[in-house]
Design a protein. Structure first.
Length: 387
């Protein structure tokens, strides 16, 4: 039996709205106390973070309380981007094993991933996942993932970088800056979906000349020329490209054919050289790698999210999610879609009602296939099914 509930309150002092959100979450769970409480808050709650965490612990009785600040927060009912707010997710289950952690001054720890692997290894030895909530200061996702993988092999790692001004992490009854908070979970099998907010355009081609993060030639033609060709292939290209962003999609599995949405690691285009026709990408590339350009706008992002949710629904196979977390990029939300509550509304429509909490962050963590990645402009969803 899994008991879970979410609560959200806004518009008052931090400790009062934390109390209100906690009472709502516990009431909706139907339990008399929680094992785990995840707390996501807007940045303006920082001066009273200690008091708000005491309120959460007092109401929920949770042994593990952790979370962070976001540019906005969300639950299964709504998204809050423009006022003081607290979201609380509580979980109680005899099957759930939770190992919380906090590493202060993460930037000073060059073996952070190795230390984290030691801390959570016993919890995830037979399956599970890790939720990580780092500060932007000192955050090194590439090193963290490499060291975690070396120590534990592949462990699905999800979360997002804290956001807001100030940005901070929450653990027990204290707020920390420049830290990494999180929790390893096992006993419940997660189902993960990643919406990168992009749709492939043009055709996939092999990189035929590259150095570092610079793609010089694709299919033996200048990369910039191939980019222009991909944009022109987009229906209504002239009008749509004015309100869209274009990215490079790097195929994750070189053996897969045909390549589809979700088969790519999406990365920013960070420069172009008209004279040579080269294009620079925010990721190291190699000759022989398949690339397909991608477009991101509200229409593409909506289509991608719907596709991801349909895949999650298929994998649920009729089971109801007991609870979940959704980590959304601060570059999405109302600013991208022009309407409030866009993503959580689609999640409810596709997956039904279930307790959910998350926040708008400065970049997201989620696996593609059996490899963890740091993403931008992404919605990363993890749900834990009943049964």
């Amino acid at each position: 039996m899994i008991a879970a509930g979410s609560g959200l309150a806004s518009g008052g002092t931090a400790d009062n709205i934390a109390l209100e959100a906690s009472l709502e979450a516990l009431a909706r769970s139907g339990a008399d106390h929680a094992d785990l409480a995840l707390v996501f808050v807007t940045a303006d709650t920082y001066p009273r973070a200690h008091e708000l965490l005491h309120a959460v612990r007092r109401v929920t009785g949770a042994r593990a309380v952790l979370g962070c600040s976001g540019a906005g927060i969300l639950t299964d009912r709504r998204e809050v981007e423009d006022e003081s707010a607290v979201a609380v997710l509580v979980v109680r289950s005899e099957r759930l094993v939770a190992t919380p952690f906090l590493f202060e001054r993460q930037g000073d720890r060059h073996d952070l991933g190795t230390e984290l692997a030691r801390r959570i290894g016993g919890t995830v030895a037979e399956g599970g996942c890790a939720l990580v909530l780092p500060d932007a200061v000192g955050c090194n996702p590439e090193a963290l993932f490499a060291q975690l993988d070396e120590g534990l092999g592949f462990v699905p790692t999800l979360g997002a970088v804290a956001a807001g001004a100030p940005m901070f992490e929450l653990y027990n009854t204290e707020a920390a800056q420049g830290a990494l908070a999180g929790v390893a979970l096992s006993g419940l099998r997660p189902i993960i979906g990643v919406a990168q907010g992009c749709t492939p355009i043009g055709e996939p081609y092999v990189i035929t000349r590259a150095e570092g993060n610079v793609i010089q030639r694709i299919g033996n033609r200048p990369a910039l020329e191939m980019l222009g060709e991909a944009i022109r292939s987009l229906p209504g290209a002239e009008a749509r490209i004015q309100r869209a962003s274009v990215f490079a999609g790097l195929a994750m599995d070189p053996a897969k054919s045909p390549l589809e949405r979700g088969d790519f690691l999406v990365r920013n285009l960070i420069g172009a050289d008209q004279s040579s026709g080269a294009v620079a990408v925010a990721e190291r590339v190699r000759v022989g790698q398949t690339v397909q350009f991608q477009i991101r706008d509200a229409e593409a992002s909506r289509e991608d999210l719907r596709g991801m949710l349909d895949e999650v629904a298929t994998r649920l196979a009729g089971r109801r999610p007991a609870f979940g977390c959704y980590f959304d990029c601060a570059g999405r939300g109302r600013g991208l879609f022009g309407v409030p509550d866009h993503d959580v509304t689609l999640i409810r429509e596709r997956l039904g009602e279930f307790p959910l909490a998350g926040f708008f962050g400065n970049g997201e963590f989620a696996p593609i296939g059996r490899r963890n990645f740091f993403h931008n402009y992404t919605g990363a969803l993890v749900v834990f099914p009943e049964g």
